[in-house]
Design a protein around this ligand. Structure first.
Ligand code: ATP
Length: 202
């Protein structure tokens, strides 16, 4: 799935609206220390549904909202939009009718996150599955953060296998299996309750 554009507004150090065009091929980000290079990568992970504040180098999810400086007040919300090329129709059914998908995540202080795909409100899971199926999820090995290569070299075999599985595009299947297992255990618990009732009645 090809990324076309990244729009940020109030996300971390990107207090003013900013739009980046992502051209075909390899993209590198250069700049002085602290100018926001890692924040850009985090914005991509965040809009894909990253839910761990630690992955955003914060204590809570609202820490991604511009926190203010001596000269500028803090913002009340942050928004990131990732525009992806869907001409190859890689998106799951239901979101597959447009050549371009604008995936937006917006967070307000105390209000949590809202996700939209082409303006339509969707669940976090829909966005996470969209990227998981396209092997470009928030934890995708395609996004290489600082220090990650050293981690990979030192990783245990199970962690390395996860990376290979993600690259093979089966991350979404694992997520679905996990959800199916939760439903199955819910159904088993309900059946046990029915049995108890029947015993009481009989
Ligand atoms: P380095 O090259 O040192 O790794 P970098 O270019 O990757 O730096 P980032 O780590 O992306 O830079 O950006 C760090 C900057 O972002 C810091 O100046 C920090 O104060 C700012 N920043 C992070 N979160 C927020 C926030 N919520 N509000 C305002 N500024 C923020």
């Amino acid at each position: 799935m090809r990324f076309d554009r990244l729009r940020l507004n109030g996300f971390k150090s990107f207090v003013d609206p900013a739009e980046l065009v992502i051209r075909e091929g390899l993209t590198g980000i250069v700049g002085p220390n602290g100018c926001g290079k890692s924040n850009l990568l985090e914005a991509i992970r965040w809009v894909m549904g990253e839910s761990r504040p630690t992955a955003m180098r914060g204590a809570g999810m609202e820490d991604v909202i511009f926190a203010g400086t001596t000269r500028r007040p803090a913002r009340a919300h942050a928004e990131v939009t990732l525009a992806v090329d869907n001409r190859r129709r890689l998106a799951p059914a239901g979101f597959n009718d447009a050549d371009r998908l604008d995936i937006t995540r917006r967070i307000t202080r105390d209000g949590g996150s809202v996700y939209r795909i082409n303006g339509r409100e969707v669940r976090a899971r829909d966005v996470q599955m969209l990227f998981a199926d396209a092997s470009s999820g928030a934890q995708s090995p395609a996004l290489v953060r600082q220090g990650q290569i050293a981690e990979l070299i030192n990783a245990r075999p199970a962690a390395r296998r996860r990376i290979l599985e993600e690259a093979a595009g089966i991350g979404g299947l694992y997520q679905r299996r996990h959800e199916a297992e939760l439903k199955l255990s819910g159904a088993a618990a309900n059946l046990a309750r029915v049995d108890d009732r029947l015993e009481q009645l009989g």
